[in-house]
Design a protein around this ligand. Structure first.
Ligand code: COA
Length: 264
């Protein structure tokens, strides 16, 4: 097995093809191979002869903890990829990984926090009958969106996300009070994120209407729609089920600190 950092454009094409064979499991790594996230991500490839056998991405937007994601691969390949990727990390990082990958993370890092999330998928999402007026967020409203998400303490939002794909919102008195957005987008799959409604406006069908408009827009080009939700967030899970999402697997959302003794 050969391990390398970065990819030529030919290797990038091969990596995308490898990841697209399982877009649901590889949603994070696949999403990081496309602009604009590619510009703030480092890719690590495992290859056998010239075939890609695994990918690790280190997504590191300005002002955020780096986020590490692994693709489908053998346990040995995952561990080797994680080792090279974590050489680029000092201090704290986050990773969203399958249960089978938690031990590999523990080999190189001290786990500070672990939450269980669910990956839910709609293929296709259901149409929602709703009287709520939803609009697509325009470029001129990005500052207002940023204000809304800061107020909601939304952990996945950075203004860079607005360049990834559409965001939909409900406004009241000129202010955004509910929104849903695109976290990752590739030709095969889109991953939703930053779904929230201000407390004073909850239970009026706003988040369901935003998420439905967003999911239908992204699915209109044949994409699978995916998202992560905390396994104990019953209100949100109920809403996603109404929109046609089904639970696919559990994911560990880990905050960890690089352990220098564990690294090779
Ligand atoms: C989850 C959240 C986005 C829902 O926003 P909302 O605008 O109130 O949701 P809606 O009014 O569109 O509700 C749609 C459905 O979700 C479910 N739901 C929403 N809030 C609920 C609650 N408090 N209890 C139980 N079910 C709830 C219901 O099934 C509801 O349909 P119904 O009203 O016909 O019963 C909102 O509670 C929120 O911002 N929470 C904090 C952020 C968050 O958890 N985001 C999701 C991250 S994945």
């Amino acid at each position: 097995m050969l391990l390398q950092e970065g990819a030529t454009s030919r290797q990038l094409g091969k990596a995308r093809k490898f990841l697209a064979a399982n877009p649901v499991f590889n949603v994070l790594t696949l999403g990081d191979t496309y602009a604009p996230l590619l510009a703030v991500s480092k890719l690590f490839l495992a290859t056998e002869r010239t075939a890609v056998t695994g990918v690790c991405s280190l997504y590191h937007p300005f002002n955020r903890k780096p986020s590490v994601a692994l693709s489908t691969a053998t346990p040995e390949t995952k561990k080797a990829l994680l080792n090279v990727a974590l050489r680029q990390v000092s201090g704290e990082f986050i990773t969203l990984c399958g249960h089978d990958e938690v031990e590999a993370v523990k080999a190189y890092a001290a786990v500070l926090n672990l939450e269980i999330e669910l990956q839910m998928v709609a293929n296709p999402p259901k149409h929602l009958r709703s009287n709520v007026k939803v609009s697509r967020v325009r470029k001129k409203d990005v500052e207002e969106l940023d204000r809304f998400y800061s107020e909601q303490d939304s952990r996945a939002w950075t203004p860079l996300q607005f360049k990834v794909g559409p965001f939909y919102c409900v406004k009241r008195n000129g202010k955004i009070v509910s929104a849903a957005g695109t976290h990752l987008k590739t030709p095969q799959i889109a991953h939703l994120g930053s779904i929230a409604t201000s407390e004073a406006y909850q239970r009026q069908g706003f988040a369901a209407a935003c998420t439905s408009a967003l999911a239908l827009d992204l699915a209109s080009k044949g994409r699978i729609i995916s998202l992560f939700v905390k396994s104990d967030n019953k209100p949100a899970i109920g809403m996603y089920e109404k929109l046609g999402f089904k639970k696919i697997r559990e994911i560990a959302f880990i905050t960890a600190r690089k352990d220098y003794r564990g690294s090779a």
